[in-house]
Ligand binder design. Structure first.
Ligand code: MIC
Ligand code: SF4
Length: 643
């Protein structure tokens, strides 16, 4: 067996372990963050369960940190008190980004984890099967329910050789993104193996599995070996170490070989993480802003190597440079050993240990400015600036750009490549993690006026009298559907947040998506979204389903879907259909009426749905939902079903 199969099979609760079959997996650990957590705990409350049934659940504050008005702190108070009531550990604001902190303080080889954030696969760097999902799925896992997923195909990535100076873990995942791209990998898990694995530390592996989310795979996983033991020991947690690896001659559905020694520094340019470029294509591009941070690349080593390069120099006069350490542990360590002072002296701006700029909260680039970031996503507009031009890169490439003011192949920069090792001991201080009190001893849940109610939906009607509210193209991300940035503070307020659905497509003088959808809903009709390939890429935010649901959307007809978003649509009673014949996509236009008669009956009886278009044409749509999922759709979502 390969490692993926080994871990999944011991967690199998139902179904056959055959690729493509739907199986139920026992979840050992869960993770939520504040931007998706409020909904997840509102949903958990609605299930009426007293205490989580997992081995460990942690609620993190890291996304919603700096917005104006009372919303953020109201959310934090709600999350702190729900954590205490439900037996969940609570990582306070300031303690760092969920994925970095979880890797440092909680992750354990061989465990399964479900997180309400798409970068939960970071845990794969420690040999976990760590999967991102919508908040409702995480709430169900906290309630002890199996996580239903497609048993994966496993893509084996054989690593050989060793990274050369100036080439980083980021370049491994960028190389893989250039091979696999962001679409077409649904239902797969990436598993790393080969001699090259042992040359990578856990934080380096975590950079790779973190950004593996951009491939659209279910997750990515590394073996657990001596390097894993070293990391856990340095975190004072070697008691959770176990060796884990694939059997000799284990089989994979596909094998990709990457010789680490042959890799070169790479970057990937907006608008997609798979738009990978070599320096021969971008060398010399003027850079206006550089940020080192995010859950992808803000570990102790990432910051230390950048500091060693910048030491004694000043940031280029026309470039703004900022750092955001991934956790309080990292910040405290670089503060104590003088590294932080090196950054300050060099002219770096010091941002807090949180998601911050990565999710469009501040530090937006100027008009036509080029920003180089060590993050994982460069979807158009995610920075908060329209037509942004973001290059994602390693800390090494980023800091060299900050010094030279342009994209410079770091191998040709003339700077000395520093010898930076992982620390033998990390600074351990869990005082910002609140352990839940015993049952019955928790304070009352604090529910300020900005905390809404769990989302409600009606069952699927007999007939769909539909109208196409929007028609979009391929690779629509959840950032397009449901923007974050300044709107993040409305995550616990569905009516308010719904006003921003698809707002990147708003045109002056034309009604916005929410206005048109609400009008159609108020006329008693049903909203439809038409989309191209890979609909719903990117984040796990279930608001990209909840808010359209609130606005009366009943059906999405797309050429294909990304995994998490499709599950979220089903969870909230929106029917995800595909075209039996993709050319039919061209037959439907925005504002067209689409009639589907006896949809409930059609769904129960077959996997095709006949729809009549305005033109009189009849087209066939299809689905691949299980009978359980069909029940959910008919009921109008999981919260209408008995749990
Ligand atoms: C992201 O990186 O897009 C986020 C913000 O972390 C999201 C979660 C969210 O929208 O709250 C994710 O990756 O799932
Ligand atoms: Fe936060 Fe960015 Fe990581 Fe998402 S990708 S969890 S916003 S740091």
């Amino acid at each position: 067996m390969n490692l993926t199969q080994k871990i999944l099979n011991v967690h199998l609760m139902n179904g056959n372990p055959v690729p493509g079959e739907r199986v139920g997996i026992k979840i050992d650990q869960t993770l939520t963050q504040d931007a998706t957590g409020t909904m997840a705990y509102l949903e958990f409350e609605a299930m009426g369960i007293d205490r989580v049934c997992t081995e460990l659940s942690v609620s993190y504050i890291d996304h919603n940190m700096t917005q104006q008005g009372p919303n953020n702190m109201n959310d934090h108070a709600y999350l702190q008190t729900t954590a205490a009531n439900f037996g969940v550990y609570f990582s306070r604001a300031g303690n760092g980004i969920c994925h970095q902190v979880h890797l440092e303080r909680f992750g354990a080889p061989g465990k399964t984890m479900l997180g309400s954030d798409s970068h939960t696969p970071t845990g794969g760097g420690l040999g976990m099967i760590a999967i991102g999902a919508g908040g409702l799925n995480v709430a169900l896992a906290m309630a002890g329910k199996p996580f239903m997923m497609s048993y994966p195909k496993v893509i084996g990535v054989k690593l050989t050789g060793e990274l050369q100076p100036w080439v980083a873990a980021k370049d491994v995942i960028l190389k893989l993104l250039s091979i696999l791209t962001t679409k077409g990998n649904v239902g797969c898990i990436v598993e790393y193996f080969g001699d090259g694995v042992k040359t990578l530390s856990v934080p380096q592996r975590a950079t790779i599995t973190n950004m593996g989310a951009e491939l659209g795979v279910t997750t990515s996983v590394f073996p657990s070996d001596e390097k894993t033991r070293d990391f856990l020991k340095a975190q004072g947690r070697d008691n959770v170490y176990r060796e884990l690896k694939a059997d000799e001659n284990a089989e994979y559905d596909r094998i990709i070989e990457i010789n680490l020694a042959e890799l070169e520094p790479l970057v990937t340019q907006s608008p997609s993480p798979d738009n990978v470029k070599t320096f021969s294509e971008v060398e010399g591009t003027k850079v206006n802003q550089v940020i080192i941070g995010s859950c992808t690349n803000s570990s102790f080593r990432d910051l230390t190597i950048a500091a060693e390069i910048i030491k004694g120099k000043t940031v280029h006069p026309e470039t703004s440079f900022a750092i955001a350490p991934g956790s309080r542990q990292v910040l405290e360590m670089i503060a104590e050993n003088g590294t932080l002072a090196t950054f300050i002296k060099s002219g770096a701006r010091i941002l807090e240990s949180s998601c911050g700029a990565c999710i469009g909260q501040g530090a937006s680039p100027g008009e036509n400015a080029v920003s180089v970031r060590t993050f994982n996503r460069n979807f158009a507009g995610r920075t908060g600036t329209n037509n942004d031009n973001v290059f994602l890169a390693s800390p090494e490439v980023a800091v060299v750009a900050a010094l030279t003011g342009k994209l410079t192949d770091p191998r040709k920069s003339g700077f000395e490549y520093p010898d930076v090792r992982e620390p033998k001991e990390f600074k351990i201080d869990d005082s910002m993690i609140i352990v839940p009190p015993a049952a019955g001893e928790a304070p009352q849940i604090k529910r300020a006026s900005t905390i809404g109610a769990p989302p409600e939906n009606i069952p699927l009607p007999e007939n769909i009298d539909g109208n196409v509210v929007i028609k979009v193209e391929d690779k629509i991300t959840t950032d397009h559907i449901m923007p974050a940035g300044p709107f993040l503070k409305f995550r616990s307020n569905i009516p308010e947040y719904s006003k921003a659905v698809f707002n990147c497509f708003n045109e002056n003088g034309k009604p916005s998506f929410d206005e048109r959808a609400a009008e159609i809903r108020d006329e008693g009709k049903h909203g439809i979204i038409v989309a191209g390939e890979s609909y719903g890429q990117g984040s796990s935010r279930e608001h990209a389903a909840i808010c359209p649901m609130y606005l009366g959307i009943k059906i999405v007809a797309a050429k294909s879907y990304e995994r998490i978003h499709k599950e979220n649509l089903v969870n909230f009673g929106i029917l995800p259909l595909t075209f039996s014949n993709n050319e039919d996509y061209d037959k439907i236009n925005e504002n067209d009426n689409v009639m589907i008669e006896n949809i409930r009956l059609q769904l129960k009886n077959k996997n095709t749905i006949t729809a009549k278009l305005k033109s009189g044409d009849v087209i066939e749509l299809k689905h691949d939902l299980t009978s359980e999922q069909i029940e959910t759709i008919l009921a109008g979502g999981i919260l209408n079903q008995k749990i």
